[in-house]
Design a protein around this ligand. Structure first.
Ligand SMILES: *Cc1c(COP(=O)(O)O)cnc(C)c1O
Length: 388
């Protein structure tokens, strides 16, 4: 590998002149916090989802959105929330914010998404909600999960941080029959606002509660009991809420990122296809594609070393870095993280699919600013490391 090639980072956002001009316009406008652009971003997001019955609420992170959704659903002390061990800690920590307990379950070894049988086995009389994660951008088995949740009276909040745009049985994630669905616009996600997120729901009562809790538990609706017209200065505090609103500076980025999502998606699909073609003959397990007719957001390209691969995952990551290529591991499962492991006495052998996947996996760089030459360089480096 020529030493002269610049380092290829694991992830880079694609921010264009339109985004920059919109941010500058926001800065010049005098309105830099939540205002007209955040509102427009929410409207554009609902239009993107294609169902006017869906309310989109912009928040300053997906973590905030997950917290708001669970709070609005009434999750609290004594409740249990089931989620996958194979995720980022944000998915699970929000239940702990509310004093609820987390039941981590294993994944399906094929899709790396939450194992629906494991969810069913983990249900107790205390179970209140399930949080599936659409891992890497591939939809979890939502038809089965939603049917199971309905049978047991459980709430479903989707962690769709990887899943824009993803479809499940032909329907966009965000329009399924869950209670709420949460997207992330963190710097390395498929669209970004630097930091940010969107929580969407069709339930007007849930939306109302999340809106109030998003900004300090502040409500102007309460005044309507006394008079039809609320003075602009009047509000009531109805709960100890949070500070989770998205700024107009961030929303300015989001407005243009969302417009570019179809082009971004096309490029991500191309890169994934080039990786598949270049790596298929190696001793690896390629990431699963979507079901026929469905979309995979390809937030991540997660490769697993097969049995009999000449080197281990750690050595492969090291060799890629030596070749000037950034890569990562998604995720160190929660059952191995000290907080989760110690709080719930978790053992690796109770999560065999996640554990095996973790030990064999790495995420290759996949982002829209990569050129075909960058993709070829990654393929060549993986092939060289595996002696092909
Ligand atoms: C990125 C991510 C989050 C958190 O998103 P933020 O917007 O950074 O809060 C949650 N869950 C998963 C699976 C993620 O990848």
């Amino acid at each position: 590998m020529p030493e002269s090639l610049p380092f290829l980072p694991f992830a880079l956002p694609e921010i264009g002149e339109e985004e920059i001009a919109e941010v500058v316009d926001t800065l010049r406008s005098g309105w830099v916090t939540t205002g007209p652009k955040a509102r427009r971003f929410e409207q554009a997001f609902t239009e993107f989802l294609g169902d006017p019955a869906i309310e989109s609420l912009a928040v300053n992170s997906a973590t905030a959105g997950l917290h708001l959704a669970l709070e609005a659903l009434g999750v609290g002390p004594g409740d249990e929330v089931i989620t996958t061990t194979h995720t980022f800690t944000a998915t699970a920590e929000v239940a702990r914010y509310l004093g609820a307990d987390v039941k981590l379950v294993d994944i399906d070894p094929g899709t790396l998404c939450i194992d629906i049988d494991a969810v069913e086995a983990a249900i107790t009389p205390r179970t209140k909600a399930v949080i599936p994660v659409h891992f890497a951008g591939l939809a979890a088995d939502m038809p089965r999960l939603l049917a199971l949740a309905r049978r047991h009276g459980l709430k479903v909040v989707e962690d769709a941080a990887h899943a824009l745009p993803t479809t499940s049985a032909g329907r966009l994630v965000g329009t399924l029959e869950s209670d709420a669905c949460v997207f992330s616009f963190y710097a390395n996600k498929t669209i970004t606002t630097g930091e940010g997120g969107m929580v969407v729901t069709r339930d007007p009562a849930l939306a109302r509660r999340m809106k109030v809790m998003r900004l300090h538990g502040m409500s102007r609706d309460a005044f309507d009991r006394f008079t039809a017209t609320v003075p602009s200065w009047y509000y009531e505090i109805v709960a100890p809420g949070f500070k989770y609103n998205l700024t107009d500076i961030a929303a300015a980025l989001g407005l243009h990122q969302l417009k570019r999502l179809p082009a971004f998606q096309k490029r991500r699909e191309e890169i994934a296809a080039q990786f598949h073609a270049g790596l298929a003959d190696l001793p690896v397990i390629l990431p699963p594609g979507p079901a026929a007719g469905d979309a995979h957001a390809w937030h991540l390209y997660v490769l697993r070393l097969a049995e009999g691969a000449p080197i281990g995952r750690d050595a492969l990551v090291e060799q890629l870095f030596a070749a000037g290529i950034g890569c990562s591991v998604h995720y160190i499962p929660l059952h191995l993280q000290p907080y989760w492991r110690d709080r719930y006495g978790l053992r690796a052998e109770d999560f065999p699919c996640s554990q095996r996947a973790y030990e064999a996996m790495l995420s290759l760089p996949l982002y829209t600013r990569m050129t075909d030459a960058d993709v070829r360089r990654v393929v060549a480096a993986v092939r060289a490391a595996l002696g092909a």
